[in-house]
Write a new protein. Structure first.
Length: 172
């Protein structure tokens, strides 16, 4: 049973919690994290979701992500999700998200890190991940066009690749 802390419109934590899959009220929000790992060849580590996974089954996705559980900070959730899904340990304690995208029911924090990862040594979470691979931006966009990747906005995929070396929206 997964519990989420709830937040208000301004991302202030409330005293309320909810169990995953319960209906949120119109003024309740939760925190989600996504982590994108890039290598020196300008590729992102992507994962293929299990065929039995609810939502976007069998599709490729960015490195990893998930909801913050009760008591998690965004950084705690990022560290936990990366370890659970891929077996990668990474300290997010002094890292802030590169950006946050608001969605209908919450706040989605995106962490962009550079890390050389040997995909053969990863410990994939059997309940979530069936495969991983490295992919360039163009390969990801092709997978999207073929209906084999979660249908993010193409501009978001470009933003992930373009923003990975710095914070902010101005190219320096």
């Amino acid at each position: 049973m997964e519990k989420w802390d709830l937040y208000d419109l301004h991302r202030h934590k409330t005293s309320k919690q909810i169990i995953r899959d319960e209906q949120l009220q119109s003024d309740e929000y939760h925190v989600v994290v996504h982590i994108c790992i890039f290598n020196a060849q300008n590729e992102m580590l992507i994962q293929q979701r299990q065929p039995f996974k609810n939502g976007w089954s069998n599709l490729w996705d960015i490195t990893c992500g998930g909801s913050a559980i009760s008591g998690d900070t965004s950084q705690d959730a990022a560290s936990r999700e990366l370890l659970e899904e891929l077996g990668i340990q990474h300290n997010f304690e002094n890292i802030r998200p590169h950006f946050t995208i608001n969605f209908a029911r919450g706040f989605d924090d995106y962490y962009l890190i550079e890390k050389e990862v040997n995909i053969d040594s990863l410990q994939l979470q059997a309940e979530e991940v069936q495969a991983v691979r490295w992919a360039s931006k163009d390969e990801i966009l092709e997978l999207m066009k073929g209906g084999k990747f979660i249908p993010y906005y193409e501009s978001v995929i470009s933003l992930l690749f373009d923003s990975r070396h710095q914070y902010g929206s101005i190219h320096l």
